[in-house]
Design a protein around this ligand. Structure first.
Ligand code: NAD
Length: 356
């Protein structure tokens, strides 16, 4: 297959980890007989420095023209002024919006060799293998009215609005069911239907969608009890689907189970096949340029890219198996706590060396 992949390494450790993911994709292309063409573009702080905007027009055009986008991370202390008009994360929000990416997928599958890194007891982490599907473009973060006003008595009032339409809910819940069909066939729809009207609509639509997928079981769970179940019974989840803000919070909670930020990938998907893939971590300015960042989350994001945007499931599995074999062999970067850590480049090479 021929595919065009736009790389946006971004800031901090972004370029270091994206380099390793690109080498991995090159190795996959050579092994499986594909041709991947890469182009590299500015996004985030580096784009602000060069063009005064976090998402330059040519980056967006390249993303639209590509089959998939692989992102490192954006941001850092240099651009951290909260009063600044132009901020690195605007680039991320804008590219997701412009590409119509409404679903964020975060798989969580802690590796047994790293169970000790999890804050949970090993027996609570054993067998954890779920994916969180978070709605990305609606809900409280985007609803209007939104804003602040000073009232006549001098007090202040702020408002955010949680809005969802049935079609926004249907498309994301459907995606969750499609994923569950390829997994253990259980969807947990997370809401706050005892309090929120938007959640009651969410629940109604989830039930309607469930009729389209008789082979998949649907359960509803309130977000507060879901947060507890992630700690007490995480292996019981398969696919969790939820609205934007609940997903924002639950995905961070879920990420902790794996023990290191450097290991986890993510995908943002829309109506077509094109997607944006990135590790869940940030630009890690504290270790940027030291060559010690863990590239695993970005390499696993490249595996998601192969699976979801290019339909190359066997190739994706090959990367995932190579990562597992590398961790099984006790080859880790420094964040995973080892006496003789591998550098970023060595870790990338160790994983590539196990590609079968
Ligand atoms: P962070 O994820 O960058 O770092 C948190 C800690 O985890 C740091 O100690 C860091 O060294 C470590 N870490 C992260 N990734 C690692 C890796 N691959 N290998 C080894 N260690 C790793 O979060 P932060 O410090 O809160 O944010 C730093 C910057 O990143 C901020 O400007 C923030 O806005 C930005 N950020 C960007 C994204 C994104 O681009 N999607 C996400 C989160 C944070």
């Amino acid at each position: 297959m021929n595919a065009k992949i736009a790389l946006t390494p971004g800031d901090g450790i972004g370029p270091e980890v994206v380099d390793e993911a690109r080498r991995m994709l090159d190795a996959v292309a050579a092994k499986f007989g594909h041709t991947f063409t890469f182009t590299e573009h500015l996004l985030g702080g580096c784009a602000i420095d060069k063009h005064g905007t976090a998402l330059p027009a040519d980056t967006l055009a390249a993303a639209r023209n590509a089959d998939a986008v692989l992102l490192g991370a954006v941001g850092g202390p240099k651009w951290d002024d909260p009063q600044a008009k132009v901020r690195p994360e605007q680039g991320l929000l804008a590219i997701r919006k412009e590409l119509g990416l409404y679903a964020n997928l975060r798989p969580v599958r802690p590796h047994p060799a790293l169970a000790a890194l999890s804050p949970l007891k090993p027996e609570r982490v054993a067998g954890v293998d779920f994916i969180v599907v978070r709605e990305l473009t609606g809900g409280l973060y985007f609803g209007t009215p939104k804003g602040r006003e000073t009232l006549a008595d001098g007090s202040e009032r702020a408002v955010d609005t949680l809005v969802y339409t049935d079609s926004e809910i249907r498309r994301i819940v459907r995606l969750a069911f499609q994923l569950a069909q390829q997994r253990r066939k259980l969807v947990t729809s997370v809401d706050k239907a005892n309090v929120l009207e938007s959640s009651r609509l969410w629940r109604k639509v989830a039930l309607e969608v469930a009729h389209e997928f008789p082979d998949v079981k649907l359960e509803h769970q309130l977000v507060d009890s879901c947060a507890m179940r992630l700690i007490t019974h995480a292996p019981s989840f398969d696919v969790i689907v939820t609205e934007n803000m609940f997903g924002d919070i639950l995905t961070d909670e879920a990420a902790v189970l794996a023990g290191s930020l450097g290991l986890l990938p993510s995908a943002s998907l829309g109506a077509g096949r094109r997607g944006l893939y990135e590790p869940i971590h940030g630009s890690a300015p504290d270790i940027a340029g030291k060559g010690i960042a863990n590239p695993t989350g970005t390499i696993l994001s490249a595996a998601m890219l192969l699976r979801h945007s290019l339909g190359l499931a066997a190739e994706a599995c090959a990367i995932e198996s190579a990562v597992k074999a590398t961790l099984d062999a006790g080859q880790f970067t420094a964040d995973l706590g080892t006496k003789s850590p591998l550098s970023t480049v060595q870790m990338g090479a160790a994983i590539r060396g196990r590609l079968e």
